[in-house]
Design a protein. Structure first.
Length: 293
């Protein structure tokens, strides 16, 4: 009986042990809570409203929506003129790189000497206004006169000439435009009277043809090669030359005309070296193809 009693006896035998057990029951949880609070309060915060964020994180939040490649351009800013080399490659090379349509080939000093002898002013005038098979500005009316002159100087100097680069005059338009801008507010007073004017013009606008004038583009750009059949271009009205091309289908004809085409006999630049729209180029192709049917 004494052994069984000893097995069920409590671990606390004295009052001191009881006091120690009670204190431990209170102190251990309190110490644990204090340590946990200190750990949480001392941990580094990287929340959205925290002032301890890294510089990289702040910069990322303040970064604009547009990426580095997004550039705003002023529509009223002066036109960026192309160099003579760039204009030559984009427009003039179709004929002057191959000597097509009687054009003096770049690098041929013999072909250029007589033309250079006429003087820079005459050469530039012919390039701007056109001469014989060469259309005005090489078929690209969007070129500035200075860009055309730069191309002439580039080609002539590559062929033994010593022409001078043209000077670009500073535009005085902003000063002259100021009075007009000041007078602009007076215009709205006349708007009520003119508001009814567009109504009669609406039928005329609706009747305007949507298709581009293919004949006009042909006469300004395509005739340089297709008029005489030079550089491998099918001559205008030549049924035999156009027949195999027409059989390829309009889609192929349009693609070659818009993107350019490298044939065995020569090369055609994109859009014939012009700045025409895709629809205008297609209309010109239709015009030439219909003339050969």
């Amino acid at each position: 009986m004494s052994d069984a009693h000893n097995e069920h006896a409590s671990a606390i035998q004295t009052p001191k042990q009881l006091v120690a057990a009670v204190l431990a029951g209170f102190l251990v949880p309190i110490i644990a809570i204090v340590l946990l609070v200190q750990y949480v309060t001392n941990a580094e915060k990287v929340g959205a409203g925290s002032t301890s964020q890294t510089q990289e994180a702040i910069a990322a939040r303040l970064r604009p929506v547009a990426d580095d490649g997004f550039i705003l351009k002023d529509a009223n800013a002066p036109k960026q003129l192309q160099s003579g080399d760039a204009v030559f490659k984009a427009v003039c090379a179709a004929c002057h790189a191959t000597g097509a349509a009687g054009a003096p080939k770049v690098g041929d000093a013999g072909a250029w000497s007589a033309r250079i002898g006429q003087g820079q002013a005459t050469l530039v005038e012919h390039a701007i206004k056109g001469i014989r098979a060469m259309p005005a500005k090489g078929g690209n009316p969007d070129l500035d006169d200075v860009e055309v002159e730069r191309a002439v100087v580039y080609m002539a100097n590559q062929s033994g000439g010593k022409l001078k680069e043209p000077e670009v005059k500073a535009a005085a338009a902003p000063a002259a435009a100021a009075p007009a801008a000041e007078a602009a507010p007076a215009a709205p007073a006349a708007q009520p009277a003119a508001a009814a004017a567009p109504a009669p013009a609406a039928p005329a606008a609706a009747a305007a043809p949507a298709a581009a004038d293919g004949k006009k583009l042909y006469e300004s750009a395509c005739v340089a090669c297709h008029g005489a059949g030079v550089a491998g271009a099918p001559k205008f009205g030549d049924k035999a030359a156009w027949e195999p091309r027409i059989k390829q289908g309009n889609a192929t004809l349009y693609e070659h005309a818009i993107k350019g085409f490298q044939g065995k006999a020569g090369m055609m630049p994109p859009k014939g070296g012009s700045s025409a729209s895709d629809d205008e180029v297609k209309a010109a192709v239709d015009y030439m193809a219909s003339a050969a049917k």
